[in-house]
Design a protein around this ligand. Structure first.
Ligand code: PGA
Length: 253
């Protein structure tokens, strides 16, 4: 049985007080309502990490994540934050290669492979995001895009290192658009991605690592998505800012 993970990516939203309220509501609802061993990850903006860590202390199965880290270990990189620094404030998961960063910060697979290594060196879990654009899907190219993103950033790892990685498939055309991939469309890519991992690292690794789906996941569509054989949970954006909806997604099967 693979781990089931539901991660909430707040992106650039929530002031400190709002973020603390949201987190408290999520903690309380999970305590009262969630009995299955789902691993929840809250991924707020950097500046809230330490305060949210304090709220989370003692709550079971809720972890802290960061939205990015530097590809460098330390040094003269003004404005950057290292994986090691994130670890010191209790972070256990780090998003790497979100499509917004690939697009706006021009992050390449070469840079992303370094970020993944920085996470692994600190014993943190990178959530490595891949996904095709609408044009790539319409051109029928999506599998080669996914393969290139996976191979480009992961092929330098060994099998032990790869065991520490979580993959998130997030079709760019489904992010923040309200247009979710159908369960069948998502399952097809998840199975394909697991096959790529199998070719690179073997069956044991491929069967072990969780592959999350992201892109307009909500209350209404989570059940059908999470039922798919190769979908091991979700990376949730907009719906993670509403406690009721986010916890319902955590409760989806
Ligand atoms: P969304 O975002 O759920 O708002 O589509 C998902 C993500 O970008 O991680």
């Amino acid at each position: 049985m693979r781990k089931k993970i539901v991660a909430g990516n707040w992106k650039m939203n929530q002031g400190l007080q709002q973020g603390l309220w949201l987190t408290s509501e999520i903690i309380n609802m999970i305590k009262d309502e969630v009995s299955t061993p789902v691993l929840t990850v809250i991924i707020p903006p950097f500046i809230h990490l330490n305060s949210i860590r304090q709220l989370l202390s003692g709550s079971k199965n809720i972890y802290l994540g960061a939205q990015n880290c530097s590809e460098h270990k330390s040094g003269a990189y003004t404005g950057e934050i290292s994986a090691n620094m994130l670890k010191t404030v209790g972070v256990q998961f780090i998003l790497v290669g979100h499509s917004e960063r690939r697009a706006y910060q021009k992050e390449t697979e070469e840079i992303l492979s370094e970020k993944i290594l920085r996470c692994i060196e600190e014993d943190l879990t990178p959530i490595y995001c891949v996904g095709e654009t609408l044009e790539q899907r319409e051109a029928g190219d999506y599998k080669s895009v996914i393969k290139q993103q996976l191979v480009g950033a992961l092929s330098g790892l060994n099998a032990d290192q790869m065991m520490q990685v979580v993959i998130a498939y997030e079709p760019v055309w489904a992010i923040g658009t309200g247009k979710t991939a159908s369960p069948e469309q998502a399952q097809e890519v998840h199975a394909f991605a697991r096959g790529v991992v199998n070719d690179l690292f073997g069956n044991e690794v491929a069967e072990f690592i969780p592959i999350l789906y992201g892109g307009s996941v909500n209350n209404a569509n989570a059940d059908k998505l999470f039922e798919q054989a190769d979908i091991d949970g979700g990376l949730v954006g907009g719906a993670s800012l509403k406690s009721r909806e986010f916890v319902n997604i955590i409760k989806a099967r």
